[in-house]
Design a protein around this ligand. Structure first.
Ligand SMILES: NC(=O)c1ccc[n+]([C@@H]2O[C@H](COP(=O)([O-])OP(=O)(O)OC[C@H]3O[C@@H](n4cnc5c(N)ncnc54)[C@H](OP(=O)(O)O)[C@@H]3O)[C@@H](O)[C@H]2O)c1
Length: 263
């Protein structure tokens, strides 16, 4: 399915919108004339961003403060976001990573990562598709990672959550082919945002595949416009997804361990 996505005057729900890629998505969608519902935990930051977006782009911006890792919160957030408005685009972006050996990282923090990166994403996609499919229009954009394409020692659970996002999204693409609903998986590489401080990593000088958040978002929205179903922004990241898939998993994991040990 192709043809430029119709942004103007419709509503998007962006999760993880208080900073980083989510904030950048919200600004880029507003610049294209879309109204946005901003969702994350930091209500005050979202409220300030909503005011800024409305003033700058002449669209409407609403706020839903929610901790999406908590049971019941994705459903509450979806209901609140859709009260008195139709959500035509879901940007399923909220997520975090952790760097460290699996047995040394706290189990509950890693379970929280699964709750946010996987459970909340699937619940929101489910609610969105339940409304979009009968309408025969809408789009769900799930934010994965280049980490999805091979096991990643020292980011074991994070990479597993993103493999889940990739697999789920690719299956949803097929289930929804011809339905009028667009499904897109975005697999970013290293992007300087708040992600690194939370994960305990850093973007190194000269690191391959590094893009600015604006470049990632522009590439993602161009892919949505083109009706693509997967995009890994940046040449080096595209190449790494191909090699990640071609190599035997044990070999890919060995290489990924070398790359990640230094972070
Ligand atoms: N940056 C990268 O290098 C990179 C690479 C590949 C993929 N990604 C993916 O891109 C997505 C966005 O990450 P980012 O780089 O923009 O990171 P970020 O700057 O840390 O932003 C993460 C966003 O998620 C929100 N969030 C965190 N926990 C939440 C929770 N429990 N409930 C609701 N919202 C929550 C944060 O807001 P609050 O703290 O206010 O809740 C924030 O708005 C993630 O899925 C990440 O895995 C990032």
């Amino acid at each position: 399915m192709s043809g430029r996505w119709a942004y103007s005057g419709r509503w998007a729900l962006v999760t993880g919108a208080s900073m980083g890629l989510g904030e950048t998505f919200a600004r880029a969608l507003a610049a294209r004339g879309m109204n946005v519902v901003l969702c994350a935990r930091s209500g005050e930051r979202l409220a300030a961003l909503a005011r800024e977006i409305e003033a700058e782009h002449g669209v409407r911006a609403a706020v839903v403060a929610a901790d999406l890792a908590r049971p019941g919160e994705p459903a509450r957030a979806w209901a609140e976001a859709g009260r008195d408005r139709t959500i035509d685009l879901l940007i399923n972006n909220a997520g975090f990573g952790l760097h460290g050996r699996f047995d040394e990282l706290a189990a509950d923090r890693q379970a929280e990562m699964v709750a946010l990166n996987c459970t909340a994403l699937l619940e929101l996609a489910h609610l969105a598709l339940g409304e979009m499919r009968p309408r025969g229009s809408g789009a769900v954009v799930n934010i994965g990672s280049v980490a999805a394409f091979q096991p990643v020692p020292m980011k074991a659970v994070y990479a597993a959550t993103k493999a889940f996002v990739l697999s789920l999204t690719q299956a949803l693409v097929e289930e929804n082919r011809g339905s009028g609903v667009r499904i897109l998986c975005v697999s970013p590489g290293p992007t300087p945002t708040g992600f690194q401080a939370v994960a305990g990593t850093r973007v190194r000088e000269g690191q391959m595949g590094v893009l600015r958040a604006e470049e990632v978002v522009d590439t993602a929205l161009a892919a949505l416009d083109a009706g693509k179903t997967h995009v890994a922004p940046g040449f080096a990241n595209r190449v790494s997804t191909v090699f990640g898939r071609m190599l035997p998993p044990a070999v890919a994991a060995r290489i990924a361990r070398r790359v990640n040990a230094a972070r």
